[in-house]
Ligand binder design. Structure first.
Ligand code: NAD
Length: 340
């Protein structure tokens, strides 16, 4: 049994990681400031896990002192973060403060209290300018947008801590993660959550560009298994968590329609309005460039997962149909409950 801290524990991924670690017999504490997370995520078939989560901010040293003093954690998972790209883009200082500054706090406390391994929620979004596929961990280009830059900087500081103090930090670069608990209700829900929501309410989903753009997706249970496997990491490491398979917008939408028994055609529009819910990005003396929106909408991703297999013995097991089925079942139940 290990003592484990999970930050961002009321979010989509953090909640499921916390649940699995507790079911496996560990002593786990979560922390979340509930800026995006909610207690519904902590309701599982075998009970309510919200009692394991402390309300607090990873930038608040007083909260962290209390937790680290009390538990002396073996492992720390930094899953907290500001994930939606347009949120980061429209409030860069806050994104940097949480995704970089908050993580620096976690690293510093882990150093002082002798944490065996820190695992950081990193992202394949930092491959946004890559042109070689499948992309490997030693990618060549640098990111452009604020969100991937925050995660890229976080990795640089993780390496700094490992080089300076001989700590163990594994930065797991997630592909697009999907599964039960994806937040379908937020201002800009992740694509898969959005399309399930629109189909549930019999609305026409609006997709940007042609729908042929394709990305790498990984199911949340597979991701959680890799997050546990990397506890054995030595020194600084980066590892892709991906299926090495790219699914197009149209392909995923067809699977969802089939599972939900709906026959609604999607509407395809151009990318200029992609982030229209964030007018601040279009206002001001310098507004967001059309080429950036085009690039983000049409971005292709496929990430090599050979390293995760060879180093950590991990293979993704859930295919898109099965994963979508699980996600839709959960999501439909949630919408039914909200509509009562
Ligand atoms: N979902 C994906 O496809 C994906 C892909 C790559 C990387 N990631 C990364 O994985 C992590 C989890 O993503 P998610 O999809 O579960 O997002 P999420 O928004 O559901 O979860 C993030 C959680 O962090 C919490 N949080 C934010 N700022 C905090 C702070 N200052 N202190 C404490 N808690 C704070 C939020 O309230 C939320 O519950 C994020 O760091 C994200 O960048 C996610």
């Amino acid at each position: 049994m290990s003592k484990i801290l999970v930050t961002g524990a009321a979010g989509f991924i953090g909640s499921q990681l916390l649940h699995k670690l507790i079911v496996d017999g560990n002593e786990v504490v979560g922390i979340d400031n509930y800026s995006y997370g909610h207690d519904d995520n902590l309701l599982f078939e075998d009970g309510d896990y919200s009692k394991y989560v402390v309300k607090g901010d990873i930038r608040d040293k007083d909260v962290l002192v209390e937790l680290f003093d009390k538990y002396h954690f073996d492992y720390v998972y930094n899953i907290a973060g500001i994930a939606p790209l347009p949120d980061c883009q429209s409030n860069p200082a806050e994104a940097i403060s949480v995704n970089v500054g908050g993580f620096a706090n976690i690293l510093e406390f882990s150093r002082k209290y002798g944490v065996k391994t820190v695992v950081q929620a990193s992202t394949n979004a930092m491959y946004e300018n890559e042109t070689e596929f499948p992309t490997t961990e030693d990618f060549k280009s640098k990111p452009t947008l604020i969100y991937p830059n925050t995660k890229y900087c976080a990795e640089i500081f993780a390496k700094s801590f490992c080089d300076t103090y001989d700590m163990n930090v594994c930065c797991v670069r997630f592909a697009n993660v999907y599964g039960p608990h994806v937040d379908c209700l937020r201002k800009q829900p992740p694509f898969v959550g959005y399309l399930i929501r629109e189909l549930y309410y019999n609305r026409t989903p609006i997709f940007h560009s042609t729908g042929n753009q394709a990305r790498d997706y990984v199911y949340v249970d597979d991701l959680v298994n890799l997050l546990i496997a990397v506890q054995s990491c030595k020194g600084f490491d980066t590892v892709n968590c991906s299926t090495n398979t790219s699914y197009s917008v149209r392909g995923i939408y067809d699977i969802a329609k089939m599972i939900m028994g709906k026959n609604i055609e999607a509407e395809y529009v151009d990318s200029s309005n992609y982030w229209k819910k964030y007018p601040e990005l279009y206002e001001g003396a310098y507004s967001i460039k059309q080429s950036i929106l085009d690039h983000e909408v049409n971005k292709f991703s496929r990430c090599d997962n050979t390293y995760a297999k060879e180093k950590y013995g991990w293979v993704p097991k859930v295919d898109m149909y099965e994963g979508m089925k699980n996600m839709i079942e959960y999501q439909v139940e949630l919408f039914d409950k909200l509509n009562k």
